[in-house]
Design a binder for this molecule. Structure first.
Ligand SMILES: CCCCCCCC/C=C\CCCCCCCCCCCCCC(=O)SCCNC(=O)CCNC(=O)[C@H](O)C(C)(C)COP(=O)(O)OP(=O)(O)OC[C@H]1O[C@@H](n2cnc3c(N)ncnc32)[C@H](O)[C@@H]1OP(=O)(O)O
Ligand code: FAD
Length: 678
């Protein structure tokens, strides 16, 4: 009895701590929620959808996925993913709320979708890549043939590009698709073991079809990687098609273990000519090849997914920082002043330094991902009318923001885990799963270093254009030839001045890299070797340029937001923290270019401390404004009510090992050892 009283006293204290945090809120939270959702009506709509799904008992898990076998985990997540589609297809209210076609994809990729299927959704690739590939790469007739069946789930697809031997280097793919005019078929073949497709999500056991990227051969000539629709499994039995193609699952991964990532080999597998997705390039019946306007159009699906990944990174970081911030308000540890009660760990400045910049990062990714999404729609819209001028800019923007948001989010989630001390290492905190999911995005859809170098390529090209006096595209228009170094101008440290300092720092970095590159070439190196010899510096240029982009979008997003002065106040403080945090962390870039002086840096470091203190009271209210349902957080440490310790103990009691006092393994293994010498 005494223990129960003591336990509920602890619960009361935790609840009181978090309640007191909420009383400190300096802004109307619903306004911040609406900014993030895109309007108050969208907030209401999202909440309604969440209610409709979360109240459905089919989405409950009988036990934590960690306790299930590999096969049972897959089956459980597949069950929920299929139920999600079934519910969408059969419920008009949900369809109206989510929005017909785009809806199910957005639903699958939303915080809700990600939370319902916990460790990877076996149908994710179907919605995120297979359908967009048909839409973006197929002719109207091809869309007519496959889209309807794919939307309803009659066929399930994946995107099979990466091979055992090549992921990054697309031109190095080995799978061949050779046109046979006699039968009007393509023959797909994996000539070596390294040509085996390896990694595609859902390919293991779920997908009946795939968009396969293969080297197109016709009339004896290779035309590079092209997308083909390939049926992998029998429509009725779901068995692999005998002999010609062989698919399977690649085994356990660091995370996302219910995505059934798979392998696939072809042995002279025949498909009709019309299964080449022919929107951009065609093969006629006689084998004549019609070239696309731009041979990178075949890579279009990846551009879309890179933008989508930014939104996923934003959501994963939101979840992690909500968990860590709420926990930091409830957790008390050590003594700030000897003899005084243990403070909430959120009182420690170092803890604030871990968490508050991450809360700001959520907004930074949000505003910049929205901007890139708008650019994506504008550019793809004008591409429909044959204008491909802005494709390189879109490619650079999407590569840069995918790399920045995935690395910020993965690093941020790990910081949140560390911020929760030992308890952050528990599966029940949900931080390990959020981490393994988020860190995967650094690798997939273009490994980040490789993407940074794509951005650098665009920056150097643009810089060279600027040196010739040409006008540049908007996102790089600030790149101008720089004086070697000049002293900083008298300090104006307003937000706009800091964004301008970023521009100057990047211009300087790019100018230096371009000069070093040129020096290598002048010394007789071929361009590619000179490039490789500067590539650490080039990747750095890309990172700082993309950071500048997020700073600029964050600031303009806050200035444009239709909110009260109180909300603008807190958002402006967050934006300021984001700017000051990244500048003080990368002082060399600003000092070297003369964009800021050492005195400016001291002033900004002082301001950083003041910003942490000013934002500290709003920490819990800000993460509350992310408005993430407890079921979506799925964390013993991050629940709304702050009742952390009870939940942890309750979860531990559920461990299968705790269902018997003495486990069978004791009798089998431990007892013989312990009694061996008796
Ligand atoms: C308001 C809010 C609404 C938001 C709604 C959003 C929708 C959200 C919906 C759902 C959200 C769900 C989110 C869930 C996400 C997570 C789910 C899990 C998904 C997991 C998916 C993983 C899938 C994969 O990994 S698929 C495989 C991906 N593979 C790669 O990315 C390979 C990387 N390699 C490459 O891209 C290329 O090889 C390269 C770029 C490295 C080089 O290519 P190359 O060698 O062929 O190039 P070249 O050297 O010949 O030429 C370079 C030249 O080409 C230009 N280029 C290259 N690529 C492109 C391109 N894509 N587009 C345009 N131009 C391109 C390049 O710039 C060079 O140009 P130059 O002019 O400089 O020569
Ligand atoms: C969870 C997950 C899901 C995936 N899902 C899919 C899917 O659905 N469909 C699909 O087709 N693929 C998928 N992939 C594969 C993924 O797209 C590739 O792994 C990714 O593109 C990286 O390619 P790689 O594995 O060949 O790495 P590598 O290119 O071998 O990279 C290894 C190292 O070499 C470096 N490197 C390589 N090339 C260069 C270069 N040019 N310059 C400088 N450094 C370089 C990289 O930076 C990296 O450090 C998935 C991967 C993962 C992890």
């Amino acid at each position: 009895m005494a223990r129960v009283v003591e336990a509920s006293a602890v619960a009361r204290r935790c609840v009181a701590d978090i309640t007191a945090e909420r009383a400190k809120c300096s802004f109307p939270q619903h306004e911040v929620t609406a900014v993030l959702d895109g309007g108050e009506d969208k907030t209401q709509q999202r909440r309604k959808i969440e209610e409709l799904f979360l109240s459905d008992p089919e989405f409950l898990d009988a036990v934590r996925p960690e306790y299930l076998s590999h096969e049972d985990r897959y089956a459980n997540e597949l069950r929920k993913a299929c139920h999600m589609i079934g519910k969408f297809n059969n419920d008009e209210e949900i369809q109206q709320l989510v929005g017909q076609m785009e809806g199910i994809r957005t639903l699958m990729g939303s915080g809700l979708g990600v939370a319902l299927t916990k460790d990877g959704n076996p149908l994710a690739l179907h919605f995120v890549m297979f359908l967009p590939a048909i839409m973006g790469q197929g002719t109207v007739e091809q869309q007519g043939e496959w889209m309807g069946r794919a939307w309803t789930g009659e066929i399930i697809g994946t995107y099979a590009q990466t091979e055992l031997g090549h992921g990054t280097f697309l031109r190095g793919l080995e799978t061949t698709a050779t046109y046979d005019p006699a039968s009007q078929e393509f023959v797909l073949h994996s000539p070596t073991i390294t040509a085996t497709k390896w990694w595609p999500g859902g390919l293991g056991k779920t997908a009946s079809h795939a968009v396969v990227m293969a080297q197109l051969y016709t009339q004896g000539q290779c035309h590079g990687p092209h997308p083909f629709i390939v049926q992998l499994r029998h429509q009725d039995t779901h068995c692999s098609l005998p002999g010609e193609s062989h698919a399977g699952e690649i085994g356990p991964r660091l995370g996302m273990n219910t995505n059934d990532n798979g392998f696939l080999r072809f042995t002279h597998h025949r498909i009709p000519r019309t299964h080449l997705l022919m929107k951009h390039s065609q093969v006629l019946e006689d084998g004549t090849y019609i070239k696309p306007h731009n041979n990178k159009l075949a890579y279009g699906t990846m551009v879309f997914v890179r933008v989508a990944i930014c939104f996923d990174a934003y959501r994963q970081l939101q979840r992690a920082v909500t968990i860590a911030t709420r926990y930091s308000a409830v957790r008390r540890q050590s003594e700030l002043v000897p003899g005084q009660p243990e403070p909430q760990i959120l009182e420690y400045q170092t803890q604030q330094y871990k968490l508050l910049p991450l809360i700001a990062t959520v907004f930074g990714i949000h505003f910049s991902a929205r901007s890139v999404w708008d650019t994506y729609n504008e550019v793809t819209g004008s591409m429909q009318e044959g204008n491909l001028d802005r494709l390189p800019e879109l490619h650079a923007l999407s590569c840069g923001l995918k790399a920045l948001s995935s690395s910020d989010a993965a690093g941020g989630v790990e910081t949140c885990r560390l911020a929760c001390g030992g308890h952050g290492y528990l599966a029940s905190s949900n931080l390990p799963r959020i981490y393994t999911t988020t860190t995967a995005a650094i690798t997939y859809e273009g490994e980040n270093t490789v993407l940074w170098l794509q951005v650098a390529r665009y920056l150097i090209k643009s810089y060279r254009e600027a040196c010739k006096g040409h006008t540049l595209r908007q996102s790089v228009s600030y790149l101008t030839p720089q004086p070697a170094s000049s002293s900083a101008s008298p300090s104006n440290l307003s937000n706009h001045a800091l964004v301008k300092a970023f521009r100057r720092a990047v211009s300087h970095l790019v100018a230096e890299a371009a000069a070093r590159l040129q020096k290598g070439c002048d010394a007789g190196m071929i361009f590619e070797h000179a490039w490789n010899s500067c590539s650490v510096q080039l990747a750095r240029c890309a990172q700082v340029h993309t950071r500048y982009f997020t700073c600029e979008k964050f600031l303009s997003g806050v200035e444009r937001a239709e909110v009260s002065e109180a909300t603008r106040g807190v958002l402006t403080r967050l934006c300021r923290l984001y700017l000051v945090f990244h500048i003080t962390n990368n002082q060399g870039d600003f000092l070297r270019s003369g964009a800021l002086s050492p005195q400016d840096m001291s002033a900004l470091e002082g301001e950083l401390a003041a910003l942490l203190a000013a934002l500290r009271p709003d920490a819990v209210p800000l993460v509350d404004a992310f408005d993430i349902h407890d079921r979506i957080l799925d964390s013993t440490l991050g629940c709304w009510d702050g009742n952390v310790y009870h939940r942890m103990v309750e979860e531990a009691e559920k461990s299968p090992l705790n269902q018997k006092d003495v486990p069978d393994a004791y009798h089998k293994y431990l007892r013989p050892l312990m009694k061996a010498n008796l």
